[in-house]
Design a protein around this ligand. Structure first.
Ligand SMILES: [Zn+2]
Length: 267
């Protein structure tokens, strides 16, 4: 599932294809992918120019020249691409927008956990937690002291911190030496500082590597090996820890697979 680094890579690679472009026509839209229900999305965006493309958490936010916004969430399997109008239209393509010069913006999502949400003139992120790459430890501390959940579950919550998911939460907790079962409210100042640093370095490292991985992935050139090598604990159950050689353990927490090193991340 795409998390912050993957979504950031989509935004970075897509920007030059869409920013400053006018939406000439909406060639196809699957109505039940749109929130709010029944909103005439095609009519709202037709004729508008895309002024900016940004990321907020895992959302890809389009700002239009009439000050309205919408975002696309990739869900589990969503792919947002700029393609030649001549490229074959693949199954599960839910949005096709004509950007002129034979370019189309396309959103494809076979599993349909993704979403296209109209925001209008609002930003619509009031409840969302801070952006991890620019977050201060004190901001995370303020969120964590309010929750009695396991730190793993707290960090998965987009209202605590934006953009993280299963992979980067496990990786960040490993880098910080924090056990995923630790109660969020039990972390002291030093641990939260370490965690803040680890989240940033883990995400930056993934963003650095994601560009090429994403291209390979889209081209279906079998990037799985390379992708996985980036992870130190995620998906590595039973393999020796990179730091201490203890076998990585896997537990289920909040319904999600959770991998950690019992020695480097003691409870
Ligand atoms: Zn270890």
């Amino acid at each position: 599932m795409p998390e912050l680094p993957e979504v950031q890579t989509v935004v970075t690679t897509l920007s030059s294809h869409v920013v400053g472009k006018k939406i000439r026509k909406v060639l196809h839209v699957r109505r039940d992918m749109i929130t709010p229900d029944g909103f005439d999305f095609a009519a709202a965006i037709k004729g508008r120019t895309i002024e900016s493309l940004t990321r907020r958490g895992k959302r890809i936010v389009f700002a239009l020249d009439d000050a309205n916004r919408f975002f696309i969430h990739l869900g589990m399997s969503g792919k947002l691409t700029a393609e030649s109008a001549k490229a074959p239209i693949l199954p599960h393509t839910h949005l096709i927008v004509d950007l002129g010069q034979s370019r189309q913006l396309r959103f494809r999502d076979p599993r349909r956990f993704g979403e296209i949400r109209w925001l209008g003139p609002t930003v619509g992120d009031e409840k969302m937690g801070p952006e991890p790459l620019v977050m201060r430890a004190s901001q995370l501390a303020a969120k964590l002291k309010k929750t009695k959940r396991a730190i793993k579950n707290a960090l998965m919550d987009q209202n605590v911190i934006a953009g993280l998911g299963n992979i980067y939460v496990d990786e960040s907790l490993f880098a910080a030496g924090i056990n995923p079962l630790t109660l969020a409210s039990d972390l002291d100042e030093d641990a939260i500082r370490r965690l803040t640093k680890s989240i940033k370095s883990t995400l930056r490292r993934a963003i650095r590597h994601r560009g090429s991985t994403l291209r390979d992935y889209v081209d279906a050139n079998g990037a799985a090996g390379r992708f996985k090598r980036l992870h130190r604990v995620y998906g590595r159950k039973g393999e020796p820890c990179a730091k201490c050689k203890t076998p990585i353990e896997r537990i289920v927490l909040g319904g999600r697979s959770t991998c950690f090193c019992p020695r480097c991340q003691p409870l």
